[in-house]
Design a protein around this ligand. Sequence first.
Ligand SMILES: C[S@@+](CC[C@H](N)C(=O)[O-])C[C@H]1O[C@@H](n2cnc3c(N)ncnc32)[C@H](O)[C@@H]1O
Length: 326
Amino acid sequence: MNKDSIKHKSSLDFTIPERTNCVLLNKDCLELLKSIPDESVQLILIDPPYNLDLAEWDTFNNYISWASKWIEESYRVLSKSGSMVIFGGTQFQGEKSGDLIEIIHYLRHHTKFRLVNTVVWYYKNGMSAHRYFANRHEEAIWLTKTDKYYFDLDSVRIPYGEKELQEALRDKRLIPENVMKGKNPTNVWEIGRLNGNSLERVGHPTQKPLEIIRRFVKALSYPDSIVLDFFAGSGTTGRVCIEEKRNCIMCDTDKQSDMFFAKHIENMKKTEMNQPFIENDSLRSFFNGIKNRGTKEYIHQLQLNFEVPALTIPTSSYQRVANSAL
Ligand SMILES: C[S@@+](CC[C@H](N)C(=O)[O-])C[C@H]1O[C@@H](n2cnc3c(N)ncnc32)[C@H](O)[C@@H]1O
């Protein structure tokens, strides 16, 4: 195994920073994306809106032409070993709305992205239905730029039960060393949706469970790398990144995101996953914070010699200062 290649590294090969950096800006995704340097992001993880009502004369084509702009920028900012994850469903809701199938069609015919997996998120708890089969799944597509993508399967393996483990160890097709590490989670993930009284809830209507975000963050990014979520919502991705020692850039056009994220942090502090972090108020201070820390792996990966425009949080928004859990 070539340990010099990022492709074959695992989280254990990286220096764990004492604190990571994160920034949440009240911005439109395209404005933020344009200020991010080329190939600087390891993982883009987004849960986009699909039922945009852009204008009265709007047609579905406007959805894809809008999406194509952030897809193109995502390709530019993603590192060569990086991954992009897009959540979505396969049901379209109206003539103006988009869905994941349309995005896949666009990616396939108009971009150089490679599709690695479609993950089916299966949940047992959902809305009841009487006029159709009650929906119990959502999808997420995993895309990469090259075939040299970073993937740390070991960090997300699922331990075998005692009986299953004995059977797996007897199975000649399986490598005992890997069996001892646990099972590949496969591309069907059973993770419960957040119900109304879930302790994770911070009030955002489409908040994703921490567990599903955590699996992607751990497998597709490494400690101290940069994760980007430009449809941040409540900032679930940011919370997971802090807990898992990744740096995170987020934005959302909704001013309430700040409040939801503050609640996430409050919740995190009550758990054993709590980690110290620095919350930056601009993209420039975010990148400078990482650059000044200058871990060997990061400099190697990024050649940090770019100038980042100073995108700042508007003064009207809820301001937080550098936050320490220590
Ligand atoms: C499906 S939600 C994301 C929820 C998030 N995954 C969570 O766990 O909380 C999509 C978010 O995209 C935001 N949004 C919509 N259009 C946007 C744009 N042009 N730029 C940035 N954010 C946008 C919405 O305000 C919404 O909060």
